[in-house]
Design a protein around this ligand. Structure first.
Ligand code: LLP
Length: 418
């Protein structure tokens, strides 16, 4: 987790205001470099795709490009951001369970490298769009391997009735969809995609997925003469939010996955040639933190509240997934705990809690509260509830900082109104 210097936090809050998302740019780069360094193998081609849904803006996409990552987008909006950032479209993977015809056309027109098809209907839609186009595109089919990922039920994606991909138990549907893809002019069918869930701590979940998907690739080969060139294993690597979290080190999980791939490949007569992963949270989560200003403090019979100037509008994760966070009062890190506080935001909702219970030193109005590990799915899931303004986002590095997203204004808020 980022250690934040008191002078840095104070200066950033003064310069940019609060609430403020701050990213340690060096840590962002180090996380990306870790993945590209350790997800390497002599036996198989590899690629690391940044899942931009975790935090998407032009500056982040550009950083991913500079560090040799591919990019995962899941909507026309993320695709537009990537294109405006100058990201090489050939290196973009376009995901999503219900891409609209407009989004698919946008991808084809802009020469997106790979589309990850979710279902048979989408394969047909793509076929229709390609009928009057001379473009070609690589395609992966998302399958659902039915792996239990032991994470929050909202972020598990591979149970049998998941809305994502085609379940392996529906083999006829999988084969029929692959045949549509193979027979369509302009589609280069590359292979399979899976993503089993997010914030996963168990290495077995990843290696079991490899076994299952490569096993299925062998079955496709033996029973249907279908060649699987690429397997994209998705993301899901955990981040450390509190001391209770112990994510598998990137080096270990990458090696375990690659070893499992090499082992599984040995049983295939035509081996899988390329394996990809799609980390999002594990790249941006711990590199980001949120600065809030403490407003009122309030004691109720059973709670001591610290109210901050943001809330569920910039961090919905505690309300949505009961996510846990750690925080410090800036400049008081070494002071003894004075009480157990509840950190609440300013939105009109009782569930607007950032941290349910945390021991902190004596808090006072105008203190700066630093909530750690907010870099993933914080800004990207922010909302306008109560017409709260989107916070600013800065990248900090070597005592310097640059604004990458400015704070929203009240005029921005009503700008869409006619
Ligand atoms: N690839 C695919 C196809 C995905 O659906 C996702 C995340 C990822 C990659 C990246 O997963 P990561 O490495 O970040 O775990 N809003 C939730 C997380 C939802 C994740 C959705 N898909 C949260 O705040 O916990």
């Amino acid at each position: 987790m980022t250690k934040i210097a008191h002078t840095e936090a104070k200066q950033l809050a003064q310069q940019y205001g609060t609430p403020l998302f701050v990213y340690d740019e060096k840590m962002l780069c180090a996380k990306m470099d870790d993945f590209t360094k350790y997800f390497q193998s002599d036996a198989i081609e590899t690629g690391v795709i940044y899942a931009s849904k975790a935090f998407c803006c032009k500056a982040m996409v550009q950083l991913a490009a500079q560090h040799g990552l591919y990019l995962d987008v899941v909507s026309g909006g993320e695709l537009y951001t990537a294109l405006k950032a100058g990201f090489d479209p050939e290196r973009i993977f376009f995901h999503g369970n219900n891409k609209t015809p407009q989004e698919l056309s946008m991808a084809l027109k802009n020469h997106v490298g790979t589309i990850v098809v979710d279902n048979r209907r989408e394969a047909l839609r793509l076929k229709e769009l390609l009928a009057d186009s001379d473009t070609s595109v690589h395609v992966l089919l998302r399958i659902n391997p039915g792996i239990e990922a032991h994470t929050h039920k909202y972020i598990v994606t591979a149970h049998v009735d998941s809305k994502f991909g085609i379940a392996l138990v529906q083999e006829d549907e999988v084969i029929e969809t692959i045949r549509i893809l193979q027979e369509t002019n302009g589609i280069i069918f590359d292979g399979l995609h899976v993503h089993i869930g997010s914030q996963i701590f168990a290495q077995d979940a990843f290696t079991d997925t490899v076994k299952k998907v490569f096993g299925f690739a062998k079955h496709l080969q033996d029973a249907y003469q279908i060649d699987v060139h690429t397997v994209d294993l998705g993301g899901g690597f955990a981040a450390r939010y509190t001391d209770e979290d112990a994510p598998i080190p990137v080096k270990d999980v990458c090696q375990a996955i690659l070893n499992a791939c090499t082992e599984a490949n040995a049983s295939l007569s035509a081996p899988v040639r390329r394996v990809m992963i799609e980390p999002g949270r594990s790249i941006v989560g711990e590199a980001g933190y949120t600065l809030y200003t403490v407003g009122s403090l309030k004691k109720t019979p059973n709670r001591h509240y610290i109210f901050v100037d943001g809330g569920m509008s910039d961090n919905i994760r505690p309300a949505l997934y009961q996510a846990k966070y750690d925080a410090v009062l800036d400049g008081k890190e070494d002071a003894p705990a004075a009480d157990t506080y509840t950190i609440a935001g300013k939105c009109c909702e009782s569930g607007d809690i950032i941290i349910d219970a945390i021991a902190l030193p004596e808090a006072e109005e105008n203190d700066l509260l630093i909530v750690k590990t907010t870099g993933a799915y914080g800004y990207s899931m922010a909302s306008h509830y109560n017409r709260m303004l989107m916070p600013a986002v800065v990248f900090a590095k070597d005592g310097d900082s640059r604004l990458v997203i400015r704070r929203e204004t009240y005029d921005d808020l009503i700008a869409l109104e006619v």
